[in-house]
Ligand binder design. Structure first.
Ligand SMILES: [Ca+2]
Ligand SMILES: [Ca+2]
Length: 277
């Protein structure tokens, strides 16, 4: 039942096709053998390579071929390696390499490629020295328009490492001298500066951390980014005391504007004036 229907449907179409082929054949004969059977080939190739290695290595290439001409049945893609590349394995075609020349022919299962259609193939290869992409792609001997996709290989990408910014030496408090003698009932001082220009104001305070409580240091001093290297004085006063011995104290100068440990220890000795020689 179904058979009969198909045959009935197919009949007229076959007849029409036969007429068409006949007309073409007749036209071909009229036009001459040189132009009759050749379809106009026009193609556009997009080549994308992914390579790895340094100095030498491997790569994978993807090739997209767009048929921008007449339909093609049975194609041969050819191109030339510009460098020392070697084909190791290809797919979606029958691949051969002779010298630098590579040929890929349409696989047996490949059907006609319609106008405007694309087909895709690719291969793996090795490279030494450099891996420039091929540029002379042709289909059936007709050169194709070629689009190169930039190779996103690591060697092609400039490696930007953040330049190691040398960390500046830490800001320090500088005390000079580190030991002073203060007469009882009198004063003496140490000079204080900063080791380098601070980003902002730095207040240096001084406290006694050990020793004779009759020795006291003066109020904090402030350094600015402008006067950081102009010495300021920390004055130590030795109060009159009732003993007859030389006292001593350890002072600690530091700043909360300096990150990290900024403490500088220094000493003052009281020259007692009650000592009977
Ligand atoms: Ca005394
Ligand atoms: Ca004393």
């Amino acid at each position: 039942m179904g058979h009969g229907t198909n045959l009935l449907r197919r009949g007229p179409r076959t007849a029409v096709a036969a007429v068409a082929v006949g007309a073409l054949a007749t036209a071909g004969l009229t036009l001459g053998p040189a132009t009759a059977a050749r379809a106009a080939i026009s193609c556009e190739v997009t080549y994308t390579g992914y390579q790895w290695g340094s100095g030498s290595g491997g790569f994978t290439a993807s090739i997209a071929v767009k048929n921008t001409g007449d339909p093609v049945t049975g194609w041969t893609l050819t191109f030339t390696f510009p460098g020392s590349q070697r084909l190791t394995q290809g797919w979606s075609a029958q691949w051969t390499q002779t010298g630098a020349r590579v040929t890929a022919t349409s696989p047996a299962w490949g059907g006609p490629v319609g106008a405007g259609s694309s087909f895709f193939l690719g291969f793996n290869g090795t490279w030494t020295g450099s891996n420039p992409p091929p540029t002379d792609f042709a289909i059936n001997g007709v050169p194709c328009t070629v689009n190169q996709v930039p190779n996103p290989s690591p060697s092609a990408t400039p490696v930007t490492t953040p330049s190691a910014t040398p960390s500046p030496p830490p800001l320090r408090i500088v005390i000079s001298p580190k030991s002073i003698v203060v007469p009882e009932g009198g004063t003496a001082g140490v000079q204080v500066t900063l080791s380098q220009r601070p980003p902002g104001n730095v207040i240096v305070g001084t406290g006694r951390v050990a020793g004779d409580t009759d020795l006291t240091a003066s109020a904090p001093v402030t350094f600015t980014p402008e006067n950081w290297d102009v010495p300021q004085t920390i004055t130590v006063t030795a109060a009159q005391d009732g003993d007859a011995t030389d006292g001593s104290a350890t002072f600690d100068s530091r700043s909360s504007q300096i990150t990290g440990s900024s403490a500088v220890l220094w000493t003052a000795v009281e020259r007692d004036d009650d000592i009977v020689p």
